[in-house]
Design a protein around this ligand. Structure first.
Ligand code: DSN
Length: 434
């Protein structure tokens, strides 16, 4: 008998194929990326770095990791990289462990305004280990206020100034942030987990020339396997002023490497590193730039089409792949919108809006993202249709029949945009077998 797990995988493959995927942090990795992920590299232990491992038999995985490093450097113009973080959370934890001692000060973007748990939330190790202060967006524009960040930095004197977001639809001014960091003697860390692919495609401001350290995930706009990376640009060689036992100055890159392993991780996941290398190779192709341009255009069209239908899009639009919708004028909560849209075959996440009167599990908004559907071939016309479906679903939230009708319509429509994944020859749970 087949393990039922494969039936659930097939059910999930179908769900991905038959619905509109609008979660901003998700994407459809290529079959080549999935092939590397499902490879025998899963079986190999390889603590250490290429050429300096704690295990034998690493000659082939060394090549894989070197290729991943070289491609990533090329993609971002980085001087130094580490491709081993299991995900963005581990990349951030390692960087903070490298740059801060317990109790030292971290200034970062407020979680409730679009920041991330790993940037100092009290629920995360970053908030438990370090002394944290946050900056946020302005209440009138929902935009970052760099004067406010400078003032906070002057008063708080952080050792690390962290930038980057999970739900901020605008670009970041890295140059100004570096001037603030330099003024107060802080390290500037950028977490580009969300817009990484758009930055690699040179469509958004580039943090590498300005930030001491950059972290990212590899599975969102970058469209690779679930994973993380750490990068450095011009500051890669800067010493911390810390001395080795032999009295030599330690390099920042060496401190970051050892903060990740053995600091917080054990063996690197070599199958994921191979899949990262495949994804970086794909992102280096001219096609990826075209794709990324379309991701932004689609988000802008989606924002515009929703505003034309009376929705409040925060900041009046977007520079990237994210559209944040404040649903208060429609009298709908984020939670109810997420549930209703799911019934209509549209997957989104409820999202706090800055200064949200609702708690996180209810929230006043939804976050929409265009990377996944753009991978399926959606352009401006399809995204106008997406806005129409969202609007119809949100205006019929208690009409299950209407929501089911939209779901069927979407399923039919998506037959024209197939995913390149082979189906598992197993029965799907809940379906009568033929
Ligand atoms: N969970 C990711 C997101 O949805 O943005 C961030 O970690």
């Amino acid at each position: 008998m087949t393990d039922p797990i494969f039936s659930w995988i097939e059910a999930e493959r179908r769900r991905q194929e038959e619905g509109l995927e609008l979660i901003a942090s998700e994407n459809y990795a290529s079959p080549a990326v999935l092939r590397a992920l499902g490879s025998v590299l899963n079986n190999k232990y390889a603590e250490g770095l290429p050429g300096r491992r704690y295990y034998g038999g690493c000659e082939y995985v060394d090549e894989v990791e070197r290729i991943a490093q070289e491609r990533l450097k090329l993609l971002f113009g980085a001087e130094w990289v580490n491709v081993q973080p299991h995900s963005g959370a581990q990349a951030n934890a390692a960087v903070l462990l490298a740059l801060l001692r317990p109790g030292e000060r971290l200034l970062s973007f407020e979680l409730a305004h679009g920041g991330h748990l790993t940037h100092g939330s009290p629920l995360n190790s970053s908030g438990k280990l370090y002394t944290v202060e946050h900056y946020g967006v302005r209440a009138d524009t929902y935009l970052l206020d760099y004067d406010q960040i400078r003032e906070k930095a002057r008063a708080f004197r952080p050792k690390v100034l962290m930038a980057g977001a999970s739900s901020y639809p605008r670009d970041w001014d890295w140059k100004t942030l570096r001037s603030i960091a330099d003024e107060v003697g802080a390290f500037l860390v950028a977490d580009i987990a969300h817009p990484a692919g758009l930055i690699a495609a040179k469509l958004l401001n580039d943090p590498l020339p300005h930030c001491h350290v950059v972290t990212s995930t590899t599975h969102k706009t970058l469209r690779g396997p679930r994973g993380g990376v750490i990068l450095m640009g011009r500051d890669f060689d800067n010493p911390f002023g810390e001395k080795t036992p032999k009295g030599q100055l330690k390099k920042m890159s060496a401190i970051l490497d050892s903060a990740l392993f053995p600091g917080i991780q054990g063996g690197p996941h070599m199958h994921t590193i191979a899949a990262k290398a495949v994804a970086f190779g794909e992102a280096l192709q001219p096609e990826f730039r075209r794709y990324s341009r379309q991701v932004i255009r689609n988000a802008q069209v989606l924002a515009q089409a929703l505003m034309e239908r009376g929705y409040t899009v925060l900041t009046g639009g977007t520079d990237n792949h994210i559209v944040l919708v404040d649903l208060r004028n429609k009298g709908i909560t984020g939670r109810d919108a997420e549930r209703g849209l799911e019934k209509a075959g549209i997957t989104v996440n409820k999202n706090l809006i800055p200064y949200d009167p609702q708690p996180p599990l209810i929230a006043s908004g939804i976050r929409l993202g265009t990377p996944a559907l753009t991978t399926r071939g959606f352009t401006e016309a399809e995204f106008r249709q997406v806005a129409a479906w969202i609007d119809t679903a949100l205006t019929h939230l208690s009409d299950d029949e209407k929501l089911a009708k939209i779901r069927n319509e979407i399923r039919e429509f998506l037959r024209g945009y197939p995913l390149p994944y082979a189906s598992e020859p197993v029965p799907v749970p809940g379906e009568a077998s033929a």
